[in-house]
Design a protein around this ligand. Structure first.
Ligand SMILES: NC(=O)C1=CN([C@@H]2O[C@H](COP(=O)(O)OP(=O)(O)OC[C@H]3O[C@@H](n4cnc5c(N)ncnc54)[C@H](OP(=O)(O)O)[C@@H]3O)[C@@H](O)[C@H]2O)C=CC1
Ligand SMILES: CC(C)=CCC[C@@H](C)[C@H]1CC[C@H]2C3=C(CC[C@]12C)[C@@]1(C)CCC(=O)C[C@@H]1CC3
Length: 375
């Protein structure tokens, strides 16, 4: 785990009975308990902007935990957050969402460190080896689908996926399955008597039913693993609500819009980041026609922050909450009904449970075989 200096602030209660904003007795009198918020992929882009905004919203009432795969980048993010919020408590965890053993190890560490988890932001994500279809883009510009194309990227993007050392498809493992395992492992801290917890997924407007198949949930055969993983995210969120709401755990999905981050810079690899910045006036113009061009991580994190402020019971499990920015640059959040069905979400859930069980068995076998048999 990442070495860090911890501030002498009170730890959350040892007993799971305290309501969210309770006070507890300490040697120094009564102290308001901190809400524990864990964000995956928190060292850059939308995740980092969210952390910054959460701390601006409530510096002292939160215990923010950044779960990142790269230790140096995580430490840099923590330093940046503490520079603007010196009184904040920011912890670090090393976690690679594409690796089953890494997720299980991190979950164990979370359970040891914190005995409550109020918000879990499932934000880490990749779009590897993207291929931009310039011909389809120019055709789209002069078609009736131009606004949809700019809002969703439909029809102009494909990716080449890889396979993880666990034998899973890389995009599926990183964006969806690692997060699913994390939730399953964290059940004891997420589902506690007398308290609610929220899961917030960074999904996408690129989630598309046509890219997803129940017969190939990992998208081994297609060319749109990203779109498939985000559609699966939408389905999974619905089924998590079905299975966990009675235990006080609620799940929602967000579409941050089109945001310029490391992920999107990779879409046009021959196009350096500064050229994207030069395109800003064009993007501001497009924003007049589609409010999905949020462009900055700050704007893109709008719906993620909005959900933090909502009572989870009031949220619609069939809605995707969109971060939107108007032509004048004002941010707001709007729910849109998702193109998903309850039956498909349940079927996916059963398949994920089966894959979880297979994966755990495989890991146990590898571990019992000992390190000498590993390649
Ligand atoms: N940018 C956009 O327009 C949109 C983005 N999104 C989604 O927003 C989320 C955040 O992406 P964004 O901020 O744009 O891009 P960034 O690349 O800036 O952020 C992605 C984050 O995920 C982390 N990450 C990637 N792979 C792993 C892994 N295996 N284990 C742990 N962490 C990992 C990255 O870590 P590292 O720095 O080490 O790579 C990084 O912190 C993603 O889920 C993305 O799909 C959705 C819609 C639009
Ligand atoms: C004028 C000009 C060069 C416009 C940019 C065209 C495209 C590169 C973008 C138009 C819509 C964008 C978009 C995404 C990536 C970049 C675009 C295709 C995403 C697919 C990125 C990841 C997501 O999750 C959703 C985004 C939707 C919009």
């Amino acid at each position: 785990m990442i070495p860090q200096k911890r501030k002498p602030v009170p730890e959350p209660d040892a007993q799971p009975f305290s309501p969210q904003f309770s006070c507890r007795a300490t040697g120094f009198g009564f102290t308001k308990m901190k809400k524990v918020v864990l964000v995956t992929g928190a060292n850059s882009g939308i995740g980092l902007a969210l952390c910054e905004r959460l701390l601006s919203h409530d510096t002292e009432g939160l215990l923010l935990c950044l779960a990142c795969r790269n230790v140096q980048r995580a430490q840099a993010a923590r330093a940046a957050l503490l520079a603007s919020h010196p009184a904040a408590q920011v912890d670090l965890l090393q976690m690679d969402t594409s690796s089953v053993s890494s997720v299980l190890r991190t979950a164990q560490e979370v359970k040891v460190r914190y005995n409550r988890l109020d918000y879990l932001y499932l934000n880490a994500g990749i779009m590897p080896n993207p291929e931009f279809d310039a011909k389809a883009f120019f055709r789209g510009l002069f078609s009736s689908k131009v606004i949809t194309m700019f809002a969703t990227g439909d029809g102009i993007l494909t990716q080449k996926d890889g396979v993880t050392p666990d034998g899973l498809q890389q995009v599926f493992a990183t964006n969806l399955f690692g997060h699913f395992l994390l939730i399953r492992e964290l059940e004891p801290v997420l589902c506690q008597e007398g308290r609610t917890s929220q899961l917030v997924w960074t999904s996408s407007s690129n989630a598309n039913r046509s890219a997803f198949s129940l017969e190939d949930i990992q998208h081994r055969r297609g060319t749109q693993p990203y779109s498939s993983s985000k559609y699966a995210t939408d389905l999974l969120s619905l089924s998590l609500n079905q299975h966990y709401n009675k235990q006080g755990l609620y799940s929602s999905v967000v579409s941050p819009g089109f945001v310029m981050t490391n992920l999107t810079f990779g879409i046009l690899p021959s196009f350096p980041a500064f050229l994207w910045t030069l395109l800003m006036p064009v993007f501001w113009l497009i924003r007049v026609f589609t409010n999905t061009f949020t462009l900055t991580p700050y704007n893109g994190s709008e719906a993620l922050l909005w959900l933090f402020r909502q009572k989870p019971e009031s949220l619609d499990p069939y809605a995707k909450y969109h971060s939107l920015t108007s032509g004048l640059g004002n941010n707001y959040t709007q729910p849109h009904k998702m193109d998903i069905t309850f039956e498909t979400s349940e079927s996916l859930y059963i398949k994920l449970l089966q894959l979880e069980s297979d994966t755990r068995k495989k890991l146990a076998e590898t571990q019992s075989a000992g390190p000498s048999l590993k390649t």
